[in-house]
Every structure is written in C-alpha cells, then in structure tokens.
Write a protein that binds this ligand. Structure first.
Ligand code: ZN
Length: 724
C-alpha cells in the first residue's frame, strides 16, 4: 500500500496531491458503470500485470488514456477484496496476517495510480481531466473503506495492544504504531453515525478539491496576459519575447502571450519597464480566481474550510489544524505559530529596508509614485544590478541545463555519496522531453531509476515536484523509480537551455527529494523514502540546495556553454553575495502564505462561510503580515497547496520549519569538514535512507547531535540582527 504524495519546491512549487491520500466512502455497492468498466479490464490493459520493464518502470509506450479508468476501478475493487480478506480472516490477528498483508495489498492500484499521478501532473489532457474528476471521490471513498473499516481496525488494535510482547524489530514496531495512528486519525474510533458523517464530509471535500484544481488550471490559463502591442512588453529579452510569441502561436492567438506562474509575483515583472503592463500582469495574477466567472474559487474554499472544521470537530479536535498537525514534527498548531511569530519581526524589518531601497531608485529616477507590489521586482532588480552588478543575462550562459544536471546536481551527489549516473534510452517515457537515468551505487550496483521532466508545458501543473513511479521496499523487492518535474523555459529548437541561478537551485532542491527516495532502505513501503511528515520532507531537498554554491561543486558546473570557460570568480562572488538579497521579501511572502493557511484551518467548527477577501485581510493584519507592498506568495483563492488536495493544508509552515532543519543541518557539514564522502555517507545512513522508520525528531537529533535551532537559518536567509 503506497501512500506517498508528491513533494514540491519551496521556491517554485505547485502541486497535485495524490488523490490516494485524500479522503472517502462507498465501495459496498460498486456502481453499474464501474462494474462494466471493471469487466472491460483484462490482460490487454498494460496495468493488468506488473511491469516487465527493468525495475518495474511503467510501460508508457503501451499505456493509452483509455487504460487508466478501468485499471483504477479494477484496482480499487481488487484492493477492497484484499482488505475484506484481511479483515475477515478467521485466524487470530498477527503482524504477518494483518500488518504485512496490508503492506502487500493494493498492488494493482499502486501501479496505475503512480503512473496516473505522474501523467496527470505533468502531461494532462481533457480525457485525463475527466478521468481524474470521476475518480477523485471514488479514491477518497476507497481510503475510507480501509481506514474506517471496523473489523480491520479491531485487528490492527489487537496487534497494537500486544505490540510490546511481539518481539518486533524497531521498524516493524514503528509500522504497527503508524497503522494504528492512521486509523485513529481517520476516525476508526468513532461511532458508526460519526463515521458516516466523516465519510460524507470527506467525499464532498475531495470533490471540491478536484474542482478547485480544474478551476485554478483553467483560470491560470485564462488569465494569461495577452497583447498585440510589442511596445507594452518593452524590457523583455529577445528570448522572452520569442517565447511569448511562441506561446501565442501554440494557443492560436495573435501577438504575445505571457503565461502565469502559480505564485502571486510573475518572473517577467522583473524586466517589464512599462508600469501599466506590470500593473495589468500583476492584476491578472492576483485576481485570476476572483473574476466572478465560473473559475472563481472564493465560495469553494470557504466551504472547504468549513467542511474541514466540521470534520475536525467530529474527530475530537478544536480545529482542523490541530487534527492535521498531531502527527507532525511540530505536533501542535501553536508550536508552528510560535515558530513563525518569532520570524515575523526579522522578516518584515528586512522587507521594509528593501522597500526603502526600491523606493529610492524610483525617486532617483523622478518616478513620482509610491512603490506597489507590481513594481517591487522591477526596482529590486535595479537595486540588485547596482549593488551587485549582477544580471541574469550575464550568468545564464554559465548555466546550461544539461551541464548543470550532470556536472552540478549529479556531481554533488557523486562527491557526497559516491553514486553515478548513466542515461538510458530504452525506458519508455510519457512525453518526448522526459529523460531517464539509471543510478548506480558506489560499488557499481543498481540503485534506482531517475526520470527528469524539466521543461514548461501548458498541460503541466505549475512549479516543481518529485514523486515516484515505484517506491522502494525490501518487502516488495522494489528498487526506487523516482521522478523530478519542473517548469524551466524550453529553448527554441537547436538552442541551448540556459537557465537562471534560481532554476539551478530548483534542480538541486528537487534532486534532494529524489535522493531521499533513491537512498530509501526500508522494509515496508508505508515507511519508505519521502513518506515522512510534511515538516520533515522538505528538509533533504532544501538541504541539497546548499551544495549549488559550494565552491568545488559550483566550479565544476558553472562553465560557459560555448567556451567551457569557468565562470569568472568576480561573477561567482556576486551570485553568492546576491543570495542574501531580497530575503526579507521572500521570507515575508512565505510567512504570509503560511499564516493564511494556518488561520483558515484554525477556524472553529460551526462558523459561517467566510468571505475570502475579508478573511484574508484580517488574518494578515492579525499576524502583522499585512504589508502593503509584500502580498502573500499565494492568495487564498489560488493557494493550491492547501486546497487542491489536503497534503499541505495546515502544513505550509513546513517549508519554513524545514528551512530551519536544512540550514541547521548544512551548518553541521560545514562544522565537520564540509563536503566529504564520510559526511555524506553518515547523513545517508542516519537520515536519507531511513524514511519514516523512526521518530523524525529523534532521527534528526541523533544525526545532528542536538535539536534544531534558527541560528543558521537567520544567517543564511540574511536576517541576522547584526549582519556582517
Ligand atoms: Zn520540495
């Protein structure tokens, strides 16, 4: 039973949570339609039997859109039959006949869902959108079929209660506890009436989440900025202009199209010199889901917040966040709030200084206006150029994507952990831009398959993420099949892909997740790889970002794509120095989004539907984050992390929490000799290979030699009280 969800870049992000991890009911009466579909499922369906490709890689050369729905329906039916058999077993419950049996169940559903999640996240089409919408409530119901099954829970409980006398090894003990907690968390201890109510709420929530994704995707596409007036786009580079013309062409439109990113701020706001264009582009982004049309999400999220509060009440919690954070490293919403509140003064003070710097540029140019959010990046870029004399156009020729990948991202992993990579052209992919590498351990043995799908597409979710097609498990004899997806600009045919340092960081970030998946050495799939708490899972990824600037790594990949010349030290120094630039803004916009998430999810049950705009304003005011020119990184109505699934709901703070872990952890490396195989191997052995096989706080402390603190975080994020 695979329960992992995709994980996302802190810097870039967007999502789609696996529907498998969201809620809900039925199954008792599989509908006529689904029986028909199940009947149509047979050996000709590529999901029917385990993949015969190397390492059970999905047979994308054989998978057609029409194969998914029957396979998902058959997968659910098959898994439910297996669950029934485990629940109704006449023999007394044992670890093997219950817990291990659960771990071995649902193989067909895992096969199809891992491929389905991969393709719908990165290469969706209208047919797959329909399948996704149709399947969302069934998958949610399926989750409840398992975790609200009274007979099954009775068996799990029995094992849990005798666990001390079962002579289980530590990982097996943890597995029993995790199963038990998971059942209780889902409501297994509730009365039948309450369970029915929870199922109903889950079902509605999953439908709303699925609607939210569809609306947001459509709204984001719809809100692209379109113009025929080249002058309106003054300031864009020739590449960007060509890209905008290309985007228009592919949408069969005249002129130029600037596609929106998932975040509030848009990358082109940095270079557009026409203030009206900036304002318009910003408004397109900010209001994308608040246009009073069919894609307006205000009512939807208000209802979703209400549903979640109701569910928490039934489960015995004061609010949804309390229920959600119970099994996290932070344990309570109050701990998360306290951690964030302490960062607010340093972040907003730094942002205020940055705003002054920006305003000074406006004034020096006799702009005669006050800085607005749509001006921020344009003037910040000028401050950056003036202060650091650093220009993206100058550095990009040193960051050719493939070179960054092989001589940067892969090289760092080789230096730390000894692993090597070889591209394979015989493994089928779902889209021609996808590449596949086989990863070998230091001793030359196979370790994993790694897919990467880096270029932006119109039919891809925004941001960047990692997930797996096959999750590692010794029990199931699976080696990991991992993928990274991003939205880096695709160059014109025959041109090199030159990327920004931010994009370089994204690649290191996602690969940090990939390493967490690839080094996994767990017996049980439930505890493998990235199946950890949200406020832990972004630790390996953000930690891995640090190596992008490590001197020997940087020197190895930052080379001119034409001449191979290393980046001049002067320029490299500027990149390093510029790292502390605009950090007040970055931290403040993240804190604002994280606080919004928390406030929505700390609403008490029984309250009225909130008016999204008012609620948002009050929530930011209350937390001292209503900063005039620093809007939240995501507005409530397009905050996909928290509404498109429930994976990051009441969990966005985790990005900051894990920044603390990542920076504190990197500091350990620096204090202990920096980049060495010994340090890498120790980290791999004590953290990266351990998945969720032990208490995460304890795992961290054992490796680090103490609990984490924010000291390194404030230093690396440029927020120290007395910076050098
Ligand atoms: Zn991430």
């Amino acid at each position: 039973m695979n329960t992992s969800t995709p994980v996302h870049a802190a810097a870039v992000i967007l999502i789609f949570m696996s529907t498998l991890t969201s809620p809900n009911a039925v199954a008792k009466n599989a509908s006529k339609a689904s029986q028909t579909a199940t009947a149509a499922f047979g050996p000709s369906n590529p999901f029917y039997a385990p993949s015969t490709l190397p390492f059970k890689a999905p047979p994308f050369d054989k998978i057609k859109d029409a194969d998914f729905q029957p396979a998902i329906e058959a997968g659910i039916a098959q898994h439910q039959a297996e669950i029934e058999a485990i629940a109704n077993n006449g023999a007394a419950p044992t670890f093997d006949n219950t817990i291990v049996a659960l771990e071995k169940s649902g193989m067909l559903l895992d096969r199809v869902m891992s491929a389905f999640n991969g393709v719908t996240g990165a290469n969706i089409n209208p047919t797959l959108e329909e399948v996704k919408t149709a399947m969302a409530p069934k998958l949610a119901a399926h989750e409840d079929f398992i975790f609200l099954n009274a007979k099954l829970f009775a068996r799990v409980s029995a094992i849990y209660n005798q666990r001390a006398s079962l002579k289980l090894d530590p990982e097996a003990m943890r597995l029993v506890e995790k199963y038990y907690d998971r059942f209780v968390h889902a409501g297994a201890n509730l009365s039948e009436a309450d369970k029915t109510e929870v199922k109903k709420l889950n079902e509605e929530a999953s439908t709303l989440s699925s609607d939210f994704s569809n609306k947001l995707r459509a709204a984001t596409k719809e809100a692209a900025y379109v113009t025929n007036d080249k002058a309106a786009l003054a300031g864009l580079s020739d590449d960007k202009l060509a890209g905008a013309a290309e985007a228009a062409k592919s949408r069969k439109q005249e002129g130029y199209v600037i596609l929106l990113q998932n975040t509030t701020q848009q990358p082109d706001l940095k270079s557009l010199s026409n203030r009206d264009t900036r304002h318009a582009l910003f408004e397109h982004s900010w209001n994308r889901t608040e246009r009073g049309d069919a894609n307006d999400t205000r009512d939807l999220i208000a209802r979703l917040a209400q549903l979640r509060a109701e569910k928490a009440k039934i489960l015995g919690f004061p609010n949804y966040a309390a229920w959600k954070i119970e099994d996290q490293m932070a344990k309570t919403p109050e701990a998360a709030l306290k951690f964030m509140d302490a960062l607010v003064p340093a972040a907003t003070a730094k942002a205020a200084h940055e705003a002054q710097d920006n305003q000074a540029v406006i004034d020096s140019q006799h702009g005669g206006f006050q800085l607005e959010p749509w001006d921020w990046n344009f003037y910040a870029e000028q401050v950056r150029k003036a202060r650091y004399d650093l220009d993206d156009a100058q550095v990009k020729p040193y960051f050719e994507l493939n070179n960054v990948l092989e001589n940067g991202v892969f090289y760092a992993a080789n230096q730390l952990y000894g692993i090597t990579f070889k591209e394979r052209h015989d493994i089928p992919v779902y889209q021609p831009d996808v590449r596949v590498f086989e990863v070998f351990d230091a001793d030359g043995k196979h370790l994993a398959l790694f897919y990467c799908d880096y270029f932006k597409r119109d039919n891809k979710n925004g941001g960047a993420w990692m997930s797996s097609f096959v999750e590692q498990s010794r029990l199931l004899n699976n080696s990991p099949v991992i993928y990274n997806v991003a939205n880096l600009p695709k160059p014109a045919e025959g041109e090199p892909a030159l990327i920004s340092f931010t994009d370089v960081t994204t690649m290191f970030h996602e690969f940090g997740h990939a390493l967490h998946g690839m080094f996994s050495n767990a017996e049980y799939p439930l505890l493998a790889g990235t199946s950890t708490a949200r406020d832990f899972v972004e630790f390996p990824s953000q930690f891995n970002e640090h190596w992008a600037l490590y001197p020997t790594i940087f020197a190895h990949y930052a080379k001119h794509y034409k001449t191979g010349a290393p980046m001049p030290e002067e320029l490299a120094a500027k990149i390093r120095k510029a790292e502390s630039f605009n950090k007040g803004y970055a931290m403040t916009e993240l804190l604002a989004a994280a606080e919004l998430d928390m406030q929505w999810h700390m609403l008490p049950p029984g309250g009225p539907l909130q008016k999204s705009d008012e609620f948002e304003k009050e929530a930011l005011e209350k937390t001292h984050l209503l900063v005039r020119d620093v809007p939240p990184r995501y507005r409530s109505t397009y905050f996909a992390h928290i509404w498109a699934g429930d994976g990051y709901s009441a969990g966005y703070y985790a990005y900051l929490w894990t920044q603390m872990l990542a920076d504190d952890g990197y500091q350990w490396f620096l204090d202990n000799g920096g980049l060495t195989r010994a340090n890498g191997d120790r980290f791999r052995q004590m953290v990266l290979s351990r998945g969720n096989t032990e208490d995460l706080g304890k795992m961290y402390e054992t490796w680090r030699g103490g609990p984490p603190n924010t000291k390194a975080m404030l230093k690396y994020r440029g927020l120290e009280e007395n910076p050098k």
